[in-house]
Design a protein around this ligand. Structure first.
Ligand SMILES: CSC[C@@H](O)[C@@H](O)C(=O)COP(=O)(O)O
Length: 356
């Protein structure tokens, strides 16, 4: 299937008809309201990523790639050096919006590489190449998610109870998703699973997005508070945990939504396999271990009042609000990528993955 044909029915991130703007679903309004936002300025792209209007590691990379194409068209020069200078400035600004998910810098670097590789082309030609690269990034993401879903499906069986954390479905990517991908693919094949979705405090991606996406697809989903994961495991209702990732270090330590490492520790205690699913672009071999991964700290108000009609704690109370945590590689049963399923020891399976 051609790239553009494949992208036609993607709904959550796409270029506007005139190709000057990016249209996204505002994920902060779901599930109650499906509202589309049109992003054109660098400030709008930055705000949409920072405020999680577009979120999920692959999705923010895709949005930023389209964003760079749109912004490139606004740079008012025909001179290569001036064009690259402004392009780089936009790229660095967007890159600073969220530090943990490597997919953001990965996609932005890919876009800048197009500019760097074509020093002898005209600015108009470079802009055309940027358009193709952004389409390619989204198309490749769909392909990767399809393959991850296939591999993931081999690890679970009909009727299994699955625990998941945060949101790793279509909204977080473009199609299928990563950790939810096997469940959507399984559903297409007529397989039934019983999914338990952690609500995922403080921003409730599990409640607002995962339970919504699974329910819409007709998959049996039960929403639980994060502190109930231990009970459903103890009850024998969970046969596997499937989670996504924002950055994986060279030794297999995996950063994902805050609370993920707690799920992994519980899974180890109850002898339940714990799988991390994500594209190889999420593996950052420049990070030796999880200690090298920068964890995003967010506004304390997200804990105290953001999702409540009235504040749930005194204004004066201090809050610590890390957006991600790192699951130690020793707690991970396998890492599922689009290329293959990686097993421990992860330092060598990851090294082999990148060997040519
Ligand atoms: C396929 S999405 C993988 C991860 O990005 C996901 O699990 C996650 O932690 C998202 O966090 P978020 O802060 O909602 O962007």
């Amino acid at each position: 299937m051609g790239i553009l044909k494949e992208l036609e029915d993607v709904d959550n991130i796409k270029l506007s008809k005139d190709k000057r703007a990016v249209i996204i679903i505002d994920q902060t309004k779901l599930p109650g309201i499906t509202e589309y936002l049109t992003l054109t300025t660098v400030e709008e792209f930055y705000e949409a990523i920072l405020k999680l209007r577009v979120r999920g590691a692959p999705a923010i990379g895709i949005c930023a790639a389209y964003g760079m194409y749109c912004l490139a068209q606004t740079i008012d020069t025909t001179k290569y050096e001036a064009f690259h200078k402004k392009f780089h400035e936009y790229k660095e600004y967007l890159n600073s919006s969220r530090p943990t998910a490597v997919n953001l810098s990965w996609a932005l670097n890919r876009m800048e590489q197009v500019v760097l590789n074509n020093k002898n082309s005209t600015v108009k030609e470079i802009i055309e190449l940027l358009e193709s690269e952004a389409y390619k990034i989204q198309w490749e993401d769909i392909e990767m998610c399809r393959k991850i879903s296939k591999y993931g499906l081999t690890l679970i069986k009909e009727g299994d109870g699955i625990l998941t954390h945060c949101n790793t479905g279509q909204l977080a990517t473009s199609k299928y998703g990563t950790a939810l991908g096997p469940l959507f693919l399984g559903k297409e094949k007529g397989l039934e699973f019983k999914v338990f979705a952690d609500e995922t405090r403080p921003l409730l991606q599990g409640a607002r997005l995962t339970s919504y996406e699974l329910w819409k697809a007709g998959i049996d989903v039960t929403l639980i508070c994060d502190n109930m994961a231990s009970v459903v495991m103890k009850n024998g209702w969970i046969q596997a945990c499937l989670v996504g990732c924002d950055r994986i270090a060279a030794n297999g330590d995996a950063a994902n939504k805050i609370g993920t490492s707690g799920v992994a520790i519980l899974a180890k205690y109850y002898g339940i396999p714990f799988y991390v699913l994500g594209p190889t672009s999420t593996i950052d071999v420049n990070c030796k271990t999880g200690d090298d991964i920068k964890i995003e700290l967010r506004n304390p108000d997200e804990i105290k009042k953001e999702f409540y009609e009235k504040p749930m704690a005194l204004e004066e109370v201090k809050c610590y609000n890390p957006a991600f945590d790192v699951t130690d590689h020793s707690l991970i049963t396998a890492i599922v990528t689009e290329k293959r399923i990686l097993r421990p020891p992860f330092d060598s399976s990851i090294r082999k993955l990148f060997e040519v």
